[in-house]
Structure formats: C-alpha cells, structure tokens
Design a binder for this molecule. Structure first.
Ligand SMILES: C[S@@+](CC[C@H](N)C(=O)[O-])C[C@H]1O[C@@H](n2cnc3c(N)ncnc32)[C@H](O)[C@@H]1O
Length: 815
C-alpha cells in the first residue's frame, strides 16, 4: 500500500537488495505496470516475484551482447556511478586491458548474491561461521521460493563466480563488505539465488547496498525523486570491491617470475590487497601491492591451484575470494551453486561426522573450490579422500588471554612463537589488515621479495598501501588452531604449551585433544566389571598396595612383583627387559596368528602368512574393582601426565615434537598413547582414504596379544589412531634404536587384551628440553606396505634408514 512513488521506491529497493540495478528495474517495472494495468498488488505479490521474473527474462538476450552493448550498458548507469567509474578509470591508466569489458559485463550481469544489508563491520569469522552452520538447517534451495530475498537465510555471503571459457579460470568468491562511513542500520542478510540454469556460466558479485537516507553522505550526486518511483536512483556501487583478473591464473602459470597485474575497479580508492596462495600448509604467499586503487602488481606468484584473496578498500569494503585453477580441465563446466553447497556439506559431514561449532569457514571455502572443480569435471563422484583438517575458532586462544597477532613485522609473543609477517590482526574476533601495514608500508621493508610497481621499488613508502607477506603460510594456518598455552585444553593435570622457535609453521594441524582413548565405531570394547575375574583384582587391599607386605593379585602379571617403585618409576629389571625387546626383536618371542588381522586387512581374499608379533611384557594396574585407593602406587598410568611437557617445532625437519621441561630420571612415566580405537579394518580403510598422502600419520597397533588366541575377529583386532582425536603422544617422533622412551602395554580396565594402554616411560635419564622419542619399529626396507615410510631424520647412529631411499613401513608401529 502507499502512493505510486512509495510503492515504486519499495520495489526498486527490493530489487536492489537482490542485486538488480535500479536502471534495469525501472524499465522493467514500467513495462510491467503497463501490462498489469497498474495493478501493484500483482507486482508486489510473493515479494515481487513477477518483477524478478520479468527482469531475469529481460536479462537473457544480454548474455551474448558484444563489447559495444556492454559499454552501452555501462553508460546507462546513473551519473553518480559513472562518475566513480570515470574517476577510477583515470586512476587506473585507462588503457589498461586488465579488466576487459567482458569481465565487467559478467560481473555486472548475473549473480548469486547474499547481501549483508550493510553490516557495520566486517563480519567476524564467528558470525560468518554461525551463518555457515545455519546452512545445515536452512540450506537455500535454488528455486522460485528462494530466488527472493529471504532474511531467514542469514548465513552466507558467498558468490558463485564466473565462467571464463577462454581463460579457464574459475573463481568462487566469498565477499563481505563494510561501508564507511557507517550506516546505522541493523544487520540484515538477504540472499538471492537465481535458478541453476541462469547461474550457469555466470559471474556473480556482491554490491554494497546504500541506504537512501545516506546518499548525501556519499557525495550528494543522487537526488531522490519521490514523485517518480521509477527515477529513484540511489548511487550504487556495482562493481565488486576488487577484481582479481582471471588472466592472473594464466600469468601465474606461464611465468612464475613474471608480474601479474590486477586492476581494481574504479569504485575503490586505495585498496589494499593481500593474496594468499593456499595449496598446502607450507606455501609461500603471493605478494601484492597496490596504489591508489589502480593497478595491483603481484610478484613471486607461486604456482598453485587454490588461491585465497583478501581485498580491502579504504572505505572499509573487504572481499575474500577463492580461486580455483581449472587449466588442464578443458571440459570443465560450472556446476550449480546448489550442488556445490551440497557437495561441500556432504564432504564436511563425512569427514567430521558432526557439524563442529568450531567449523572453519576458511576450510569450507577451500572445500567449495574443490567441489566446484570436482563437480565441474565430473572427476570425483567417487573420490572421497582428504578429510578436512578442522581449524577451530579463536575462542580458546581468546579465553587464554593470549594475543597472537601483533601485526608487527618481527615481534614475538611470550611463548616464543615467531610473530607472523602478516598484515592481519584479530580485533574482536575479526580478521583485519594491520593499520601498520596499510599505512606504513612496513611489510615490504624486509622482504627479499621486494615488490615493485611499474618498475619502481616502493618499499618503505608510507603513502602507499602495500601488503606484502614473507614466508606466509596458508591463510588457515595463521590462525591459532590450539590453545598455545595448553594444547590439552585443561584435560591434563599439567598444562602443555606449544612452542615454535624456528619456523613460520606456527600451529600444529588441528586435532581434538582427548585424554583417554575413545572407540571410533566398530571396535569391541567391554569394560564391564563382570569380566574382571577374581584373579584380576585385589578386593582385599586397602590404601596403597605397594606398601603391603605381600604383593596383591594385581602384581601377578609381573611375576608377583609390582612393576613400579614406591616413587612411581618403572623398576630397572622390568625396564631393561622392555628396552631389550625393542632393541633386538628377533631375540625375543614372536607369536604368529593363524589368520593375521593385519594381513587380512591388506588382502582379505588371499592374506599372507602372519609375520609375527612381539610378545610384550604387560603391566597390570589396580583399578576400580580393587580395594586400594586412587593414590595406590600401582596406579601410575591411570593418574595421567605428571611431568611438564611442551609440544615444540623441531629444527630438523621432523615437524612437531614433544619434549619435557623437567630433568627426568630413568623409568619415569611420560604419557600414554591416546587416540580413536579402531578395528584394524577401519584403520586400513581410513589410511587408504585419508592419511596415505599425509605428511604425518598416527596409528599404532594393539597387537601385543594377537597371537595368543588363534583367530581374532575383525572387531577385536584393534589399533589406536591419534590423527583426529589424540593426546600429546601423537607428537612423539621416531628415533631408531636409541630412543629415550620405551612403550609398555598396560592393562587397566579389562583383562581382555584386545585393548590395552600404551604407556611411555623414560628409557634413560632425560635432561630438561631434550626431545622425547620412541622407536616406531619401522622397517624402512619394506617396500610393500601401503603406508609410505617417512625419510628418517632421527640422527641416531643406529638409524635404520641411513643412506636409503624412501621405503615403506613394514608394519605399523606395534607394541
Ligand atoms: C606421530 S607423528 C609425530 C609428530 C609429527 N612430527 C608432527 O609434526 O605431528 C609421526 C610423523 O612425524 C614425522 N616423523 C617422526 N619421526 C621422524 C623422524 N625420525 N624423521 C623424520 N620424520 C619423522 C613423520 O612424518 C611421521 O609420519
């Protein structure tokens, strides 16, 4: 209801919020009104569905328009915008071919847009995350009902971006925009999807929405004409805040040393751009700098298939884009946005099984790129590899009160972590470019990859915006993935900090810290009290069993003597024997399964004969059915970690490691190996699917009792996998022969030895800050095992991998 002018204004605003420029709406609305004999109810029904249809229909023939038509289209834009465009073009060396008209045209035309309705600030990752997670409940369906603005879909700000048949470059962009000066309006998100057919071969962008009552703030060019609904034309920013030229990809590929140019849209002045190339964790960064919102030069472009780009303008607009290079896939076709979303969600759900509230949007965006490629090439209908490494939120870090992102070039935080050379900072949970970098050009001062523009070295220029990162890791990894003050998140009795004194790989990859092993799915674990027979517990004991005159039933396993001293150390004789088993396996007893689960998992139809499993000495600890108390000296492992540990970045290529900050005597308990309890079959499947190509793998077999039972059922042949869920033991590196830890099987909750604890004890005295190591038992000469062995860098004189080419692991680490 309302006057014709008001209704017209509302219609145009509604269309603008869906991404249709008023110029187009105006002409269509005029025609529609004529056709409907000024029946506004008709036009306003279903949130202007008719109008949307009419505009879309009108769009169709434009798809094939030539350059002149496109120019004409540009010239139809309101004067205010044209002025901005002109200004920008002047700034941008007008003849530059960096953004061809075809590109602009695509940008201007079809879009899948989620408009944030002028949020006051760059949405925090948390907000984006919340929206992303909401998608599970309210995933937009592409269809008529979802083509209209739907503020219930407040989760995304994702654009499905373009198809450049000639350039073979696809881009999926996630855009968030902030407009300054701030426009006081409650945050409101709206989503516009076009039908899949129309999305196809389109490039989409987000247009910052301008509030009518703020037009004067933006220059006063636009005049509101309340009398003529169809001339109400607010100034609008049609172009995205940055355009990363698709040719960039081609240039990157053709010459890694050449500079790729990226022209900024004219609507932006002095934008700052950072491009992170993000294929794997160890990537270098592209360096981009830009001046005056014009040309952006990128040097040292690392060949990559995935790009993440973040752009920001001085008026506060920010854009994060993901680009996927499809060069080499000539048959690539752009899948529908709906199918991409579905694919990403499926991948995530499959990988995580739950929608973790700490879900990382960065990883989701990577998944989006991958999914576009897969769907676009029909490559991976059956490819289900690569679990996503979750990078959780900053909350834990925030809670710990630690400020990681200094924004400075070389500062260190108190933990000794090398500060990043990145122009990012976290402010109120928002990822922001450092003002330091933006205004002082600081980032380029000490980079060996000096960034030049138009042949001039601009480093140190304070007037120019320059964002340059050196040794920049993947964007995801600049974010803390663990609480660096305590990786255990308070789950252990001691705090276990993460320390990196050597490398820019600042954070261990994500995993969920668990202090006790957890069954993954099929493992048969039964901790019932009924299974513990009379001979396996000490009901008559009281207090501390170690102080009793006669060792109790629980010492039976260790020959009637407890394995522990009153100081909680492993007794010398017991320790010596454990070390000897590890040092010289052939001298010790091997048991052979009749039907080896390990061989069966490798080849179910025609398994090889069992290669033998070491018979290990077990410790049996007192437990809940026993009469002694919790402080009983025969309860060491179950008390948990007692010494001070650190997860640290090793200097010699082994990745992360574990060390103690205490001087420790021989025989001291360090920690147990904790992970998901998997059946051997589950592990085998998982290894093939997910970890085969990983740099680090974390499975350990629980095979100490395999040979004693003849044939073991699949659900009883178990192992521990610390890849996704684990404790600090997953950081203990391998050392051949003279490792300073030895692993001991420990029975606690059940006499059934399909499952037991693997406890690490010091094999000798250890000085504070020595790295803790154990011998994984790898045979580096076995070239048949599906798990590729790493190249051993243990440095031991007894290293079994010395001078050898990369081999394969003979058997999984087993105790
Ligand atoms: C259980 S993880 C140990 C923690 C691992 N370094 C990390 O950063 O997460 C085992 C992996 O660490 C690496 N590693 C362990 N010991 C090593 C050694 N002696 N030489 C080289 N790499 C080693 C291998 O990549 C191996 O797959």
């Amino acid at each position: 209801m309302g006057s014709r002018a008001e209704r017209g204004k509302r219609a145009m605003e509604a269309m603008r919020s869906m991404g249709f420029p008023s110029s187009r709406t105006k002409s269509v609305l005029k025609r529609l009104l004529n056709a409907c004999e000024n029946n506004w109810e008709h036009i306003e029904a279903e949130n202007y569905w008719l109008l949307v249809e009419a505009i879309l229909e009108e769009d169709e023939p434009e798809q094939d328009m030539d350059g002149k038509q496109r120019e004409a289209m540009v010239s139809e834009e309101p004067e205010s915008r044209r002025k901005r465009l002109r200004k920008g073009q002047d700034d941008q060396h007008a003849s530059s071919p960096s953004v061809p008209s075809a590109h602009i045209s695509l940008l201007k035309k079809q879009k899948v847009e989620i408009d944030d309705g002028l949020p006051m600030s760059f949405p925090s990752e948390k907000n984006l995350l919340a929206r992303s997670n909401n998608r599970e409940r309210t995933r937009p369906k592409i269809g008529r009902e979802h083509m209209l603005a739907d503020t219930s879909l407040q989760q995304e700000n994702i654009e499905h971006v373009g198809h450049y048949p000639d350039l073979q470059r696809k881009s999926v962009a996630v855009v968030a925009t902030r407009i300054d000066p701030p426009i006081q309006r409650p945050q409101e998100w709206s989503l516009v999807h076009r039908s899949p057919e129309k999305v196809e071969k389109t490039l989409c962008l987000r247009e910052p929405k301008i509030e009518p009552d703020l037009y004067p703030m933006l220059g006063g060019d636009a005049q509101m004409d309340n009398n003529d609904p169809i001339t109400c034309e607010p100034p609008c920013v049609e172009l995205p805040i940055s355009v990363v030229h698709p040719l960039l990809a081609a240039k990157e590929q053709s010459s890694s040393s050449s500079k790729a140019h990226c022209q900024m849209p004219s609507s932006i002045t002095e934008p700052a751009i950072l491009t992170a190339q993000n294929v794997n964790e160890d990537n270098d960064l592209t360096r981009i700098r830009n001046k005056g919102g014009t040309n952006v030069e990128i040097t040292n472009v690392v060949e990559s298939t995935n790009n993440i780009e973040i752009a920001s303008s001085t008026i506060g607009e920010k854009k994060v884009s993901l680009l996927y290079n499809v060069a080499g896939f000539p048959d690539f076709h752009m899948p529908s946005f709906e199918s991409v979303l579905k694919r990403v969600e499926d991948r995530c759900l499959r990988s995580y099984r739950i929608l973790d509230p700490r879900f990382s949007l960065m990883n989701i965006m990577k998944e989006v790129c991958k999914s576009v490629l897969e769907l676009g090439t029909d490559l991976a209908a059956d490819k289900q590899e690569d679990p996503i490494r979750i990078i959780p939120s900053l909350d834990s870090l925030k809670a710990s009160g630690i400020k990681i992102f200094s924004g400075g070039a070389s500062s260190r935080n108190f933990t000794g972590f090398q500060s990043i050379n990145a122009p990012f900072s976290m402010v109120n949970n928002e990822l922001r470019c450092s003002e330091d970098y933006r205004h002082k050009g600081k980032a380029i001062e000490d980079t060996s990859h000096a960034v030049k523009r138009n042949g001039n070295d601009t480093s140190g220029s304070s007037s120019e915006l320059a964002l340059v990162c050196q040794h920049e890791p993947a964007l995801g990894s600049v974010r803390p993935v663990h609480d660096i003050s305590d990786i255990s998140k308070g789950e252990e009795r001691v705090r276990i900090p993460i320390v990196n004194e050597f490398s820019s790989e600042r954070w261990p990859p994500h995993f969920s810290y668990i202090p006790h092993s957890i069954v993954y799915q099929n493992a048969y674990l039964n901790f019932s009290l009924a299974r513990i027979g009379d001979e396996d517990y000490c009901s008559d004991c009281f207090g501390d069993c170690l102080s009793a005159s006669i060792p109790c039933a629980c010492a039976r396993e260790t020959g009637g003597e407890f394995a522990y001293t009153p100081d909680g150390l492993l007794k010398k004789e017991f320790l010596d024997e454990c070390i000897s088993v590890r040092h010289d396996p052939p001298k010790h007893r091997l048991v052979y399964c009749k039907d080896c689960p390990l061989e069966r998992s490798k080849n179910d139809v025609n398994p090889d004969d069992c290669k033998g499993h070491l018979v290990r000495k077990f410790i049996k600890e007192c437990w809940s059915k026993c009469g002694c108390n919790k402080q009983c000296g025969n309860r060491v492992v179950q008390q948990g970690i007692a010494c001070n540990l650190q997860v640290f970045w090793t200097p010699k290529g082994k990745g992360w490691g574990l060390r103690t900050t205490d001087d420790l005597p021989r025989g001291a308990f360090i920690c147990e190996y904790v992970g998901e309890v998997l059946t051997n079959m589950e592990l085998y499947d998982r290894t093939l699917k997910t970890t085969a190509n990983s740099r680090h793998t974390y499975p350990v077999l629980l095979d100490a009792d395999w040979g004693s039972e003849g044939v073991l059922k699949d659900e009883e042949a178990l192992c521990l996998d610390g890849t996704f869920y684990g404790n600090v033991a997953r950081f203990i590196n391998h050392r051949c022969f003279d490792a300073n830890l030895v692993e001991v099987p420990v029975e606690v909750e059940t006499p059934d030895r399909h499952y037991y604890h693997i406890a690490f004890f010091t094999a000798r005295k250890i000085e504070a800050f020595e790295e803790l190591t154990w011998d994984y038992g790898i045979d580096f000469d076995d070239h048949e095992h599906p798990i590729k062995a790493f190249r051993c860098l243990c440095g031991s004189r007894g290293c079994r991998d010395r001078g050898r080419s990369r081999g394969r692991v003979k058997y999984l680490r087993s105790t």
